[in-house]
Design a protein around this ligand. Structure first.
Ligand code: GLA
Length: 562
């Protein structure tokens, strides 16, 4: 079957299918109907650090290597973190970037602070920052020299000596850059420093900064806490939005202790409008990005403080579920993102990337919380609260602006007693590879209702669900049901090459697994014991490499409840 898809969705699907397994969300999130749980299996932070995306400050975007990067600035920022309520809002790290050192190591081979910028040395600054109840970060490069043309010494070959020095300063966070790396394998360079940091015995958050070159998201979760996914951000709209586009498809790789880093914030630096900076801050929060302020707060406007201090938006970034939001629709630059939150709420952002005001709409179904109304909506910028009963959200969004809501679902309805077809019941969560899951039709890939008759190996099924890997459908059962019987298989519209795996979950426990089924296989009957289940989750993952043919049918799905 011929497919027309956007590059973005293709990349997202490719990323999703690279993952070992989809698991249902747990707890209240699952009750309210969770979106795709596409976290890599190594989801936990190996050392418990950076369970949430780091928040703080880094001087680079405001000063680069200029002389105003100095002790007075760093202390001033620490003071303002406290006096302006930024510490209370969650900002913790005060980080130095490039140019803090002298161009040469000393006779013992140690890095030396620039005495003009830091006349009392680095430890004195770190002590000052710690004295405010904050944390302190530093920078070097996984190369012979750092990135600035002045050529400050890098850490390559000096990992242990530099890590020990940083630990003696009281460093809590290291940004490790990529310049002058001599062509040495990235994995080796960054692992050597990670080991050296670990062996200091001091907890130090490790930020890999290789600009996405080695695809650190594919390998660095066991050794680092965040990794740059792109080149450097600049203080203008096109740089910021391009970086967002590069970072958005990488959502499956982020999670507690290992975050995608689309670079530091430019909010307040003057190259974008207030609306553009609000978009920047919203997108970074939707993407669970580190929130590192990159403007000189000593000169910042009230507007800048207001954006950076938006507690509702920070709560989206810092949500403890730690699940990076994803793009659920992109209609010519009118972009809808959704982010699953721990308490079952959803954050949604409506971004107008075009040059003229436009209406952006989405539905609770598209956001993965359909049929759970009425919904409470809080506008995360205006703070207006409203009730939504229609299940459709629509907003007029000016050019380059973003409207964002936190959506709280109402209670999901319970299934009726007796035996029902799942396709006659409302789901509470649905995420699907292409287009929506169809009821009593196959998956047509694009819009609701565009499928054909459900057909597995020549047999037509009048009732059922037409999905496409990667897919997850959730139902709220409220411990009222006993079992599910369903015939599963690849839909004949797939053509040769379709291969999928069907799995059924009772809450978080897998209770049925089809194994790999291909286009040529007949339907297989799955039976699941659902006694006591609060939620039922149907998952389809690819069974082979060619994800374009993975049309998956849940045929005649009979749910029995009491
Ligand atoms: C690289 C990094 C930046 C910054 C500079 C410092 O370009 O990506 O974030 O640290 O080096 O020279």
């Amino acid at each position: 079957m011929h497919k027309v898809r956007t590059t973005l969705t293709r990349r997202l699907a490719a990323t999703l299918t690279a993952l070992p397994l989809l698991i249902p969300a747990v707890g209240t999130a699952a009750l309210a109907g969770a979106s795709v749980a596409a976290a890599p299996s190594a989801a936990a932070a190996p050392d418990g650090q950076a369970a949430l995306p780091p928040m703080g400050f880094n001087n680079w975007n405001s000063t680069h290597c200029r002389a105003d990067f100095n002790e007075a600035m760093v202390k001033g920022i620490a003071d303002l973190f406290v006096s302006k309520g930024l510490k209370a809002a969650g900002y913790r790290y005060v980080n130095l970037d490039d140019c803090w050192a002298l161009p040469s190591r000393n006779a013992s081979g140690d890095l030396v602070a620039d005495p003009v910028r830091f006349p009392h040395g680095i430890k004195a600054v770190a002590d000052y920052v710690h004295g405010k109840g904050l944390k302190f970060g530093i920078y070097t490069s996984a190369g012979t020299k750092t990135c600035n043309t002045a050529g400050f010494p890098g850490g390559l070959g000096h990992e242990r000596q530099d890590a020990n020095l940083f630990a003696s300063f009281g460093v809590d966070y290291l940004k490790y850059d990529n310049c002058n790396n001599q062509g040495v394998d990235a994995k080796k360079r960054y692992t050597d420093m990670a080991n050296a940091l670990r062996d200091t015995g001091r907890p130090i958050v490790f930020s890999l900064c290789d600009w996405g070159e080695s695809k650190a998201w594919e390998w660095a979760a066991p050794i680092g806490h965040l990794w740059r996914t792109t080149g450097d951000i600049s203080d203008n709209w096109s740089s910021m939005i391009d970086i967002a586009h590069e970072n958005q498809p990488l959502a499956p790789y982020a999670g507690p202790g290992h975050w995608n880093d689309p670079d530091m914030l430019e909010v307040g630096n003057g190259g974008m409008t207030a609306a553009e900076y609000r978009t920047h801050f919203t997108l970074w929060s939707m993407m669970s990005a580190p929130l590192l302020i990159g403007t000189d707060l000593r000169k910042a406007s009230a507007e800048t403080f207001k954006i950076l201090s938006n507690r509702d938006m920070i709560a989206v970034d810092q949500d403890p579920l730690g699940k990076q939001g994803t793009v659920v629709a992109n209609d010519g630059g009118l972009v809808v993102m959704a982010k699953e939150l721990k308490n079952g709420d959803r954050a949604v952002s409506l971004t107008n990337e075009t040059g003229t005001t436009a209406t952006i709409s989405t539905t609770m179904d598209a956001l993965g919380i359909g049929n759970s109304g009425p919904y409470r909506l809080k506008d995360l910028w205006t703070k207006a609260v409203s009730t939504n009963r229609s299940g459709t959200i629509s907003a007029s969004v000016p050019a380059h602006a973003t409207v964002a809501y936190r959506i709280t679902p109402g209670r999901a309805p319970l299934p009726p007693a007796g035996t029902s077809h799942l396709s006659d019941l409302p789901w509470t969560g649905m995420v699907n590879g292409w287009g929506p899951v169809e009821k009593d039709r196959s998956n047509g890939e694009r819009a609701a209702g565009d499928g054909r008759a459900l057909t597995i190996n020549g047999t037509v099924y009048p009732k059922g669900l037409g999905a496409h890997a990667v897919s997850r459908i959730t139902y709220h059962l409220g411990a009222r049901c006993t079992g599910l019987t369903v015939d599963v298989g690849v839909d004949d519209e797939s053509g040769p090459g379709g291969a999928v795996v069907f799995r059924i979950y009772r809450d978080t426990t897998k209770v049925a697994d089809s194994g790999v089924l291909t286009t040529s296989d007949p339907a297989r009957t799955l039976t699941a014991d659902l006694t006591g289940a609060r939620t039922l989750t149907l998952v389809v993952t690819p069974g082979g490499n060619n994800i374009d043919h993975d049309h998956a049918d849940w045929a005649t799905p009979r749910l029995t409840c009491i």
